[in-house]
Design a protein around this ligand. Structure first.
Ligand code: URP
Ligand code: ZN
Ligand code: ZN
Length: 464
């Protein structure tokens, strides 16, 4: 069964070189190599619209780079990732060039970039329209991380106006930076050091308020807006409020906000679940599922940004022992725990079993949320996110019946833990193709560093 053709159909798919050239019933093509996918689903490779690789944070760096992380993506059925370029250099161009240096020779699946705008001046303003020439059709702004990444509201308004004029999509990390600053200082002064204080100091109402603030600013800027990692029921309510008034506002959530709550931070290994925004409550999980089902939310990303739980103990990766400082950096102080979770390889298998398998999502919704919608929103469609003549032959043959006890042994992330350790799965990628070449065949890896291509994205701006 093919998904990603506009519906689900029983058909054959003809590939020539890197492209899909035809779909049809019982095609008879002399000399064609035949791959039998009877009893399986055939779908476009996943597109993860929200990843971080090789990202410096606090006194360390996230533990997957553009080789290890993109390889893990491939094993989980994802063939394109969109990674965020931090604004770490005086100019945007230098920041982008530096990120290409990290990624280009390592990438194992296709990739593209979003640009973080975390400092604004006249020079940066003059550079933003030129992002399109770099194939970057989206920027991310932050209302949190005071003195580090946050822009003031007036600056965000200026970015949105400019982006709207040049068909660049504004993405927003929505939390209230001032509230976080005050609560964090209070918590530390009172001697609170445990991981749960990460959640207590980043309250849900701050996230709700700043989603609405973002929508209000976007309305005034006549801009489209994409809220990343939506994590609260209230934030989704604000998105729905905007959508009901015809505003072009979209939302992404991530598996961690569907399956886990802040209570996980109270466990002895609670640092494993530290991410920003933090995990919330069960009613938030449930509301976000509803948003995926009824279209309030458009995409499932991962915000993949892994760190070792214990970076003093080496793990074996491709025959080498490696240890990278991780969550233990904050064992005495929750504000020093690097923020972020592994997930790029987990996304499709987990969402299939617990979304499609549990009857919450149809196979078509699954593909829309994890591939087609990200492609449409971020200017990759129909090159990616579709099984149409002319699309790249990024294809996953999905075995919907394969049972698997999941966890670190199956996930290929370069870290020492997996959030879904021991979870029972039914359904898993069997074969993964990148532009017509097989890169994963069951547990075998045929990819190589540098085979992933940088994808120039088209200007965007609308909503889907
Ligand atoms: O904890 C997270 N999510 N780290 C990555 C940075 C971000 O805000 O997406
Ligand atoms: Zn963020
Ligand atoms: Zn992120």
């Amino acid at each position: 069964m093919l998904i990603g053709t506009g519906g689900t159909i029983k058909a054959d798919l003809l590939i020539e070189g890197e492209k899909i050239v035809a779909t049809g019933q019982e095609m008879d093509v002399p000399d064609a190599e035949i791959i039998d996918a009877s009893g399986k689903f055939v779908m476009p490779g996943g597109i993860d619209p929200h990843t971080h690789f090789d990202l410096p944070m606090f006194d360390t760096v996230c533990s997957d780079d553009h080789y290890t992380g993109l390889k893990a993506a491939a094993f989980g059925g994802t063939t394109t990732v969109i990674d965020f370029v931090p604004q770490d250099h005086p100019t945007l161009q230098e920041s982008i060039d530096a990120w290409h240096e990290k990624a280009d020779l390592k990438a194992t699946v296709d990739f593209s970039f979003h640009m973080n705008i975390t400092r604004l001046d006249e020079n940066i303003i003059s550079e933003i329209p030129r992002l399109i020439d770099e194939g970057i059709a989206s920027v991310k702004v932050f209302t949190a991380y005071n003195d580090r990444l946050r822009l003031q509201d007036g600056e965000i308004l200026k970015v949105m106006r400019l982006c709207s004029k040049h068909s660049i999509l504004t993405m927003m990390h929505a939390e209230n930076g001032d509230v976080i600053e005050v609560l964090t200082a209070d918590a530390l002064a009172a001697g609170h050091t445990e991981p749960i204080w990460h959640a207590y100091t980043r309250p849900a109402w701050g996230a709700v308020e700043s989603v609405l603030r973002g929508i209000a600013l976007a309305e005034q800027a006549n801009a489209s807006l994409y809220i990343v990692h939506v994590n609260t029921a209230g934030g989704l309510d604000q998105i729905r409020y905007g959508q009901a008034r015809g505003l072009p506002v979209m939302g992404e959530t991530c598996p961690q906000y569907l399956f886990f709550t802040e209570e996980y931070l109270e466990r002895p290994d609670g640092a494993k679940w530290i991410c920003s925004p933090p995990l919330r409550k069960e009613e938030d999980n449930e509301a976000l599922w509803d948003g995926l089902v009824d279209g309030g939310l458009q995409t499932i990303g991962t915000d993949h940004c892994p760190f070792f739980f214990d970076g003093t103990r080496a793990i074996e990766y491709e025959g080498e022992w490696i240890a990278i400082p991780g969550k233990e950096l904050g064992s005495e102080d929750f504000t020093k725990i690097p923020n972020g979770l592994p997930g790029v390889g987990d996304r499709l298998p987990i969402m299939w079993t617990y979304g499609v398998g549990k009857g919450r999502l149809t196979p078509n919704q699954f593909v829309a949320l994890t591939s087609t919608n990200p492609a449409k929103i971020f200017g990759l469609y129909p090159q990616k996110g579709a099984l149409l003549p002319g699309s790249d032959a990024d294809i996953v043959i999905w075995d919907p019946h394969r049972p698997l006890k999941y966890g670190l042994a199956h996930a290929h992330h370069r870290t020492d833990y997996n959030l879904y350790e021991g979870w029972e799965l039914v359904g898993y990628p069997e074969k993964v193709f990148l532009r017509g070449q097989i890169i994963v065949d069951d547990e075998q890896w045929f990819g190589r560093a540098g085979m992933g291509r940088y994808i120039m994205r088209q200007p965007t701006g609308g909503v889907i």
